[in-house]
Every structure is written in structure tokens, then in C-alpha cells.
Design a binder for this molecule. Structure first.
Ligand code: NAD
Length: 512
């Protein structure tokens, strides 16, 4: 089937119907959704008004007041059921991700697998939300730390991980005793509707099995940026986890700070890799190709800058350029294609602007041209671009959310490290080397300044077990694994006196 003859609207209707989404929620509304695969419309969703969004947040707060009283392992049972429902829905939801975002099939399915993985992680966590017992200087006293639920947690997500980001936040937030309010990207609301229907099914099973759960534990707000702003400004939302561009973080961060609310900011990256003289070049080639071209360059962790030692430059870069020229580009729904479309025309225009700017800075551009436009004029497939740059200038220091890899030569490791860190963003990074000193230095305090630093794998594609996030203009937030759960709870320090006297700390006396 060609791009021109694909009927994605009909397929979307079937998938949503099978997943239990009501037809009225994706037809006849004001928010038009298109598939980047063909450029054609696949739904029109009713949007919530700001006033109704405010009411929904109040209701989510009420849900929190009840849910915080449910024991954490019981809360974990709900997330276990969510994981089961996601397993059952994996192929349908994965397909919908591919249709709505344009991810190739294995990546669409991989995104749902990530949701399942975080559910498993959160179930275990629901029996491990522990604090400390701390030595106290006062006799017959005990000091301890306890962790309590926080409230209705706001989640704002970007188009490129339309459902996984919700699950990273929601699975943890819910086992931690919170309710959640989600404002998905206006470009990907259909996968959000499907996810909400899957959650509702898990909740219904939980209640049918005798569990106690409030209505409005998970709320979905369909709308644009102004609905995100309602979430950001609402006094009943103590934490907003916002994933998106640095521009969005710049708007959201200060607004949250103004009312002393907490934030988890997961913003843009400008990720780099260093290829050292001792690198295994076959492995490097594969690592770089996936990290730079995968997801059509639309991952926050996409590899965008490559520093290649001058002793291996002339071996690696021609091989890489060849891979760029031969990579299969086309419908992400067809097996064998590795690069799907850009999300929309604006993304393509930004890619072209960045390539023009790179050329005017002396860059040698290979690729970057549109393909398949004769089959689907409104779909934006591009050949990934590789740009040999004389220096790290102009667009190289910015994140352009498209498949552009800037390649630069270096001669000393210290110089490479300096260039590596000399950008405003700080999400993910890697080094390809077999030199133990370089590898260890790269992950040490004087190495990569990013939240993620890898050795002999590319910067893109994280596992849920680690804390995910980055430094500098990437926002500083951490979510998913490790102890990221602590961000969704409030910490209390408790001192208990089980004696009959009242000794004061630091020997202070107050005898009345
Ligand atoms: P975007 O910033 O355009 O939108 C992201 C979300 O923020 C959307 O839901 C949008 O409606 C909302 N939003 C925008 N302005 C807002 C405001 N002022 N107040 C409240 N909400 C607002 O991003 P995008 O184009 O959807 O996604 C691509 C960007 O996201 C890239 O920069 C990418 O690096 C980044 N990203 C980061 C991570 C991470 O974990 N660091 C993960 C995925 C994507």
C-alpha cells in the first residue's frame, strides 16, 4: 500500500474503538489531529475550557485526599493492573503511537514496553517508600524521616513520547499516593485518550476486586498551551512535571516558582558523542547511526554533535555518510523502514533553516532533502543530514528537533571534552573509546556535564531503571527510576519523645 492510499482515519477509529474510547471524544471537536505518516486528518477532539480545567483540577485534589489514605502496596496493585492492561493493549497502542507520531513500528511498541516497565518498577516501589531513622542527641527520643503524598500532580507532555512520559510520572505519582492531571501535547491527543481508557479499565478492575479508589484519580485535559497554563497556575497543584522545549520550560519554571510550587523540568537536549582513537569503529557506526537518525532525530536524547579524533575521522566519516545516504526512509508502518516522517511542516522548515545557517558557517551538508512528497504532499519525510562543520558555531549550539548530525574533528581529549560541554543544554552524552582513562574521565566530575553519560553506547534510548533528566537548559529534573519517586512526595522529619523529661536540643534551657 502506498502513502497515498493508506486510510489511517478508519484504522484509528477501529483502534480507539477496540481500546474502549468513546467516539464522541475524538470526532466533531475543534482540535484537529493529523498523522505525520500521510499528512491527513485522523480526528477532531473537543477541547476543555479553562474554567472546566480548573474544576477538573479541584476534583483531582479531592481524589488525592482519599487516595493518600490507601496503603501504598494497595496503590501498587492498581499499577500492577495497569501494567497488565498495557500488556494486553501493547500492539494496538503501539500502532496508534506510530500513526500519531510517525515512529517506526518497533519504536511505537517500544514506547508501550517502556510504560509496562515503569509499572513493574512502580509496583516494587510501592513496598519500598521508606525513610530513615536518624540518631538523635536527646535521650529517650527517636528521630525519623517519613514520606507523604503531595497532591494532584500536573503532567505536561511533548509530542515525541506521547504516552511513555505520562507513565513515567503517573505510575510513580500514583503509588506515592497522589492523583494526576495530564495535559498531553496538542499534536498527540489520541494516544492520550487511548491511555486514559486503558487506565480506566485498570481502575474498574481494581474496584471490582474490592479495592477502594476515588473517581478522578487520573484526569486528562485536552487542549493547547493555555490549558497547560491553567495547570501551572492552579494553587491545588503542588508539582508540575513538564516535558518539552526549553522555551516552554522558560515560561513554566518562573510561573511555578512564583507560587512556590515544585517543578520537574525535562527540556531540550543537544547531545554529543566523542569518538576516540581507540574506538571500535563498527560498534561506533551502529551506535551513532541509531542515536542520530532513529525516530527521525526527534528524541530529546538524539545525537546531534559528533566529535571525531583526527586519526579516525577519514575512516569513520565516509562510512557514516554512506549509511546516511542508504538508510531506508518511508512509512513507519512498513517493516524495513528505519526513518519515518517529521511531525509537521514547521519541523521541516526549522530543519532547512538550520542547514542553511550551517552552510553559511562553512558546513558541508549531505542529505536534508525531502523525499516521498509526490506520494503525500502534506507528509514531511526527509533524508537525515550529516554536516561536517569547521567549528562548533551557529546552529550547532542549538537544538533543532530534526535528524541533523554536526560532525567536528578534534585532536586532544581535553579539547573534545571542552567542546562537548560548551553548549547551553546538558541532557545526554557518550564516548566511544577503549581507553580506560578516557572512559573513566568522561563519567567523572571533570567529564561530561550531562545528566546521562554513557560509554560505548550512543546517548539516545534510556532504560526506566535509571533517573532520567539533564542539567543546564535541560531543566534539572529527574524522573523514572532510581530515587526519582522522592520528587512526588513530601518529606517530614519527626522527633518522638518517649521519656518523661523534656531535654532541648543544643543544651538550651527554658525552665518555667
Ligand atoms: P513544546 O515545548 O512545544 O510542547 C510541550 C508541551 O508543553 C505541550 O503539551 C504544550 O502544549 C505545552 N506548553 C507549551 N508552552 C506552554 C506553557 N507556556 N505553559 C504550559 N504548557 C505549555 O515541545 P514539543 O515540540 O511537543 O516537544 C519537543 C521538545 O521536547 C524538544 O525540545 C525535546 O527535546 C523536548 N523533550 C524533552 C524530553 C526530556 O525528557 N528532556 C523528552 C521529550 C521531549
Amino acid at each position: 500500500m502506498t502513502l497515498a492510499t493508506l486510510d489511517l482515519a478508519a484504522e484509528v477509529k477501529d483502534i480507539l474503538g477496540n481500546l474502549g474510547v468513546k467516539p464522541g471524544s475524538y470526532t466533531g471537536g475543534t482540535l484537529a489531529v493529523r498523522s505525520p505518516v500521510t499528512g491527513s486528518g485522523i480526528g477532531r477532539l473537543p477541547e476543555i475550557s479553562a474554567a472546566d480545567a480548573g474544576k477538573a483540577i479541584e476534583a483531582a485534589h479531592e481524589a488525592f485526599l482519599e487516595w493518600r489514605l490507601v496503603p501504598a502496596p494497595r496503590r501498587g496493585e492498581l499499577i500492577r493492573l495497569l501494567g497488565e492492561e498495557l500488556r494486553a493493549a501493547k500492539s494496538a497502542l503501539g500502532r496508534l503511537v506510530s500513526i500519531e507520531v510517525g515512529k517506526v513500528t518497533s519504536e511505537g511498541l517500544g514506547e508501550v514496553q517502556e510504560m509496562i516497565d515503569i509499572c513493574d518498577f512502580a509496583v516494587g516501589l510501592s513496598r519500598q517508600l521508606y525513610g530513615l531513622t536518624i540518631a538523635t542527641e536527646r535521650s529517650e527520643h527517636r528521630m525519623m524521616e517519613t514520606w507523604h503524598p503531595l497532591g494532584a500532580i500536573g503532567i505536561i507532555s511533548a509530542f515525541n513520547f506521547p504516552v511513555a512520559v505520562w507513565s513515567w510520572n503517573a505510575a510513580l505519582a500514583i503509588v506515592c499516593g497522589n492523583s494526576t492531571v495530564w495535559k498531553p501535547s496538542e499534536k498527540t491527543p489520541l494516544t492520550a485518550l487511548a491511555t486514559q481508557a486503558i487506565f480506566d479499565r485498570a481502575l474498574a478492575r481494581f474496584v471490582a476486586e474490592g479495592g477502594t479508589a476515588p473517581k478522578n484519580l487520573s484526569t486528562l485535559l485536552i487542549g493547547g498551551r493555555e490549558i497547560g497554563e491553567v495547570l501551572v497556575d492552579h494553587e491545588k497543584v503542588p508539582l508540575v512535571s513538564a516535558t518539552g522545549s526549553t522555551a516552554m520550560g522558560r515560561a513554566v519554571g518562573p510561573r511555578l516558582a512564583r507560587r512556590f510550587a515544585r517543578s520537574i523540568l525535562e527540556l531540550g537536549g543537544n547531545n554529543a558523542a566523542i569518538v576516540a582513537p581507540t574506538a571500535d569503529l563498527d560498534l561506533t557506526l551502529r551506535g551513532v547511526a541509531f542515536a542520530a537518525m532513529g525516530t527521525a532525530g526527534q528524541r530529546c536524547t538524539t545525537l546531534r554533535r559528533l566529535f571525531v579524533h583526527d586519526s579516525v575521522y577519514d575512516t569513520l566519516v565516509p562510512r557514516l555518510t554512506k549509511a546516511y545516504q542508504s538508510v531506508t526512509i518511508g512509512s513507519p508502518l512498513e517493516n524495513g523502514n528505519l526513518v519515518g516522517p517529521l511531525i509537521d511542516k514547521a519541523a521541516y522548515d526549522r530543519m532547512r533553516d538550520a542547514l542553511d545557517a550551517a552552510s553559511s558557517e562553512g558546513g558541508k551538508v549531505t542529505g536534508g532533502e525531502r523525499v516521498h512528497q509526490n506520494e503525500a504532499a502534506d507528509a514531511y519525510y526527509v533524508r537525515p543530514a550529516i554536516v561536517e562543520m569547521p567549528a562548533q558555531t551557529g546552529p550547532v549550539k542549538e537544538e533543532t528537533f530534526a535528524p541533523i548530525l554536526y560532525v567536528m574533528k578534534y585532536s586532544s581529549f581535553d579539547e573534545a571534552l571542552k567542546l562537548h560541554n560548551d553548549v547551553p543544554q546538558g541532557l545526554s552524552s557518550s564516548i566511544f573509546t577503549n581507553d580506560m582513562r578516557e572512559a573513566e574521565t568522561f563519567v567523572s566530575a571533570r567529564g561530561s556535564d550531562c545528566g546521562i553519560a554513557n560509554v560505548n553506547i550512543g546517548p539516545s534510548g534510556a532504560e526506566i531503571g535509571g533517573a532520567f533528566g539533564g542539567e543546564k537548559e535541560t531543566g534539572g529534573g529527574r524522573e523514572s527510576g532510581s530515587d526519582a519517586w522522592k520528587a512526588y512526595m513530601r518529606r517530614a522529619t519527626n522527633t518522638l519523645n518517649y521519656g518523661r523529661t523534656l531535654p532541648l536540643a543544643q543544651g538550651v534551657r527554658f525552665d518555667i
